[in-house]
Design a protein around this ligand. Structure first.
Ligand SMILES: Cc1cc2nc3c(=O)[nH]c(=O)nc-3n(C[C@H](O)[C@H](O)[C@H](O)COP(=O)(O)OP(=O)(O)OC[C@H]3O[C@@H](n4cnc5c(N)ncnc54)[C@H](O)[C@@H]3O)c2cc1C
Length: 366
């Protein structure tokens, strides 16, 4: 049987070990626990302290360049509504919409909007006067931008902790401070992990270890190459509302959360981590002040650096990698979490193969 079609069909899955308590571990724990499975999440540090903590957390489908990738992202946006309803409003989401005028992201705005509209995703070109009306604080208003009204953001740490709480309420067990040092196999099947607490076994191990995925896969001869791509964000102290959308502008993307924090970064493309993070963070805040009216009182609070777990070809790696081992490693994990959580649970527990995930199987790297 080809690697990718190995599913849980052969064995009834009644227990799952999840390695990693970032957003992907949390959302999969939530879906699996709600199905009555014995779920244990093992986290070597604190929950939501990996890439998730340092994420810009823009929920979007407009960065999904290929149709397959777009389809998965768009589905995940819809799944956010279901997930939020399941948590009775406990997910800190904001559906502010995106305004994009960074040419690197949109190219020609009209082509960009036409492509996504044709994919049934509302996005339209807005002219200068509408941009100014929507974002009165912006000093240098572009002639045109693309408005994508259905996009938003999540408070990544609070959101992940809320999902873990809901998973625990449904019976999941979270072990903090333990490291899964290696995968344990019996024959050709993964049956558990080795930890400082001893060997732990389950019907299925779900690897949600972000940038550490390859290290654990190495031990069982699997290739799931992940680039840990660094990204720095500046966080400002709470300020009266300055911007209304997620703004993707040349050399600066920013959003303002419900508590008034402005969060900003320069590029989605990675790059070297500056030696002095705070200085770079303060530079970002200075740039925001230069670009926004009424922002003189904006104060730097912190600079964070996180490592985006990006599979070698840029696309997610989701699915069974060998019997008993399900991998879920990806960039854009904040956007993709709701779809990944729901679909991983379906594939692990019901033995189905979700068609939206077929282009993203980890076996493509073997
Ligand atoms: C600067 C930056 C900006 C980003 N912007 C966006 C954005 O705008 N939109 C978007 O959708 N995505 C964005 N991302 C990407 C997104 O944040 C990640 O894809 C997502 O957080 C990955 O979640 P995860 O749970 O897979 O990984 P992580 O959050 O890294 O969690 C993995 C967890 O596994 C634990 N772990 C690892 N190995 C072991 C082990 N052996 N034993 C026990 N525990 C282990 C780690 O401690 C960690 O807590 C951004 C990321 C960064 C860094």
């Amino acid at each position: 049987m080809p690697q990718d079609t190995q599913t849980a069909k052969e064995a009834l899955v009644s227990s799952v070990l999840i390695i990693g308590a970032g957003i992907i571990g949390a959302v999969t724990a939530y879906h699996l626990a709600r199905r009555g499975v014995a779920v244990t999440v093992i986290e070597r540090g604190r929950p939501a302290a990996g890439a998730t903590a340092a994420s810009f957390a823009w929920i979007n489908a407009s960065a999904g360049r290929t149709k397959d990738y777009f389809d998965l992202r768009q589905r995940s946006l819809l799944e956010y509504r279901t997930l939020a309803a399941g948590l009775n409003g406990g997910l800190p989401l904001e559906w502010s919409g995106s305004l994009i005028w960074d040419e690197d992201e949109v190219g020609d705005p009209a082509d960009f909007a036409a492509r996504y509209s044709a994919w049934s995703y509302e996005s339209r070109v807005v002219e200068k006067d509408e941009v100014a009306r929507r974002e009165p604080a912006v000093k240098d208003v572009p002639d045109r931008a693309v408005l994508v009204p259905d996009e938003g953001s999540l408070h990544p740490v609070k959101g992940t902790l809320a999902l873990l709480d809901a998973a625990k309420a449904a019976g999941a067990n979270l072990i903090e401070g333990w490291t899964a040092s290696r995968l344990v196999t019996r024959g050709d099947r993964v049956v558990g992990v080795e930890t400082e607490g001893g060997e732990m076994t389950a019907d299925c191990v779900l690897l949600a270890a972000g940038s550490d995925t390859q290290r654990l896969c190495d031990g069982v001869g699997l290739t799931v190459p992940i680039e840990a791509s660094p990204g720095l964000l500046a966080h400002c102290k709470p300020h009266a509302r300055l911007i209304n959308h997620i703004l993707i502008t040349p050399g600066l993307h920013m959003r303002q959360d419900a508590e008034g924090h402005l969060i900003a970064g320069r590029t989605f493309g990675g790059g070297p981590v500056p030696n002095d993070r705070e200085t770079e963070g303060r530079r970002l805040v200075r740039d925001i002040k230069e670009r926004l009216k009424g922002a003189d009182g904006l104060e730097f609070e912190a600079a964070t650096v996180g490592y985006r777990p990006i599979p070698a070809d840029g696309y997610p790696a989701i699915g069974f990698a060998m019997p008993g081992l399900y991998v879920a490693a990806m960039h854009s994990g904040i956007t993709l979490a709701p779809a990944v959580g729901r679909f991983a649970a379906l594939e692990i527990l019901d033995g189905t193969e979700v068609s939206l995930l077929q282009p993203f199987r980890p076996g493509r790297f073997s």
